[in-house]
Design a protein. Structure first.
Length: 159
């Protein structure tokens, strides 16, 4: 289950930088997120997650991971991390879903969303979390979130 907390102040620890990397109103780690409830946030939010370690002969101790254990697991790799996208202009509408290369007809990242995406990438880098392939749907807001966060993206209609 996810919990959403409003941010305030400055952070200094690696774990807090990881939390900054999870800046989104919705998203999560594979199979672990639930849609947010209530009104749409108007400020940056952190989504906290609990994840189960992978099953199999190399599995770590059973149970959800949080805090330092979560950070350590992510630093070893092997997880699929997924985000919806960073903050967008709520007043924009998607008016042409047949031509997703035309960003002018879509709801795009606003300044806050652009800053969130950059902060996600910086937090993952600061926490030494390895990033493999970066996939995004063809929508400009998802592509731009991935590009700003990780510097690369592969588009796929499967998302």
């Amino acid at each position: 289950m996810s919990q959403i907390h409003h941010l305030g102040g400055r952070w200094s620890t690696t774990l807090q930088r990881l939390s900054l990397g999870l800046l989104l109103a919705a998203g999560g780690l594979t199979g672990c997120s639930q849609p947010p409830t209530g009104p749409a946030p108007t400020r940056a939010t952190v989504v906290e997650f609990q994840i189960e370690p992978p099953a199999g002969p190399t599995a770590t101790p059973p149970g959800p991971l949080a805090g330092a254990a979560l950070l350590q697991a992510l630093q070893h790799g092997g997880y699929v991390i997924f985000f919806r996208h960073a903050a967008t202009y709520r007043s924009q509408l998607d008016t042409d879903q047949q031509n997703l290369e035309n960003c002018a007809t879509q709801r795009n990242l606003d300044e806050t969303g652009q800053a969130q995406a950059r902060a996600i990438g910086a937090a993952f880098a600061a926490a030494n979390i390895p990033i493999g392939p970066v996939l995004a749907s063809p929508y400009c807001r998802t592509r731009h979130t991935a590009e700003l966060a990780f510097g690369r993206v592969e588009l796929t209609a499967d998302l």
